[in-house]
Write a protein that binds this ligand. Sequence first.
Ligand SMILES: NC(=O)c1ccc[n+]([C@@H]2O[C@H](COP(=O)([O-])OP(=O)(O)OC[C@H]3O[C@@H](n4cnc5c(N)ncnc54)[C@H](OP(=O)(O)O)[C@@H]3O)[C@@H](O)[C@H]2O)c1
Length: 339
Amino acid sequence: MNHLFHLKQQDRIGWIGLGEMGYSMANNLHRYLASLHLNMTVWNRDPAKSAKLHHHGAHVAKSIEDLVAQSNIIFTSLADDAAVEEIYTQLIDLAGQVDHSIIFVETSTIYPALATKLYKQLSVYPQHTYLQCPVFGRPPVAKAAKLIWVTSGDEKAIKKMCLYFTTMSKSIIHLKTTDVAKACNFKLLGNFFFVGTMELLAEGLTLAEKADVDQESVLKFIEALFPAPTWLEYSRKMANGDVSHTEAGFSVDLGLKDVGHMQKLALDSGASLPTADLAYRHLKMVQDQGLGGQDWSSLINSLRSASALPEILPQYPNEKEVFEGEEGVQSNKVGAREV
Ligand SMILES: NC(=O)c1ccc[n+]([C@@H]2O[C@H](COP(=O)([O-])OP(=O)(O)OC[C@H]3O[C@@H](n4cnc5c(N)ncnc54)[C@H](OP(=O)(O)O)[C@@H]3O)[C@@H](O)[C@H]2O)c1
């Protein structure tokens, strides 16, 4: 413990990007560091979100430059490839101007080629390290520190970072590769299983309604035969008409980004991925209606509309369940399971 404490004392952690995922992740990490009387520095484009963490005791950087000057570990959680590229263009430039070494931990869902590009650009400065470590789990899961992390990059740096990953996650999947593109491939594959499940459920539930099959019985059947969290969660959401976006959800806009990446990955790898094509089309129809902010399970409305059924209208329930994404693993602060 003393050894770990000394290690952490040397670490000065910075966090960029306090959106729905980033805020909860950073908040959990900050709480852990604060328990050791260590501080964390944050920066977000919209300063209101940084102010929220400042209220909990985190230090707010005046600028990205300020954050780089103060940190030797920098986490990023940003919306999409354009945001990641924009921020890393600045980070890499600034990294070239500082004397200390920095480990960058990029957690966003981005296209693998971008991770490779950033890794290569940063490798001009061999004292710095770039890790690509995307996460699985929606915002409430991030809040409950139950994310699943996927790691790629320098092994020694990952080992050191695990001290921190565990404060935000329930398990860590080590890909054991220095090729940072591999974690992006893995993340896109994982999200393909989510969106594929949703497409299947949306089609099945639409058929059930058209063919006059009792919906409660369908849900019971799913519960009995497909009791996986994703099946249970999305079938309930769609059947209960709960597809509006809240903090608990994942937006159609971000979903389209991910499915677009899956399609490109399939094309680049020479794989056929027809379910992604269908899901993309159905998500796009929702976005084209100006509803890109809704939860991506609202793709069922494209199926309903094509089947002459009324669309599910937004609902705003008070509370959402925490969908763990994996069964039987307890919430934890330190000590995430490594797989
Ligand atoms: N939501 C999920 O369920 C989920 C799950 C796993 C992984 N992910 C991935 O995690 C990442 C973050 O997702 P999220 O749900 O937290 O998204 P989000 O709520 O939309 O937050 C996006 C963050 O990116 C920042 N940002 C966007 N464009 C920027 C720019 N040009 N320059 C600087 N900052 C910029 C935003 O800053 P502002 O606050 O100023 O807008 C915000 O901090 C995404 O890559 C997503 O695919 C999401």
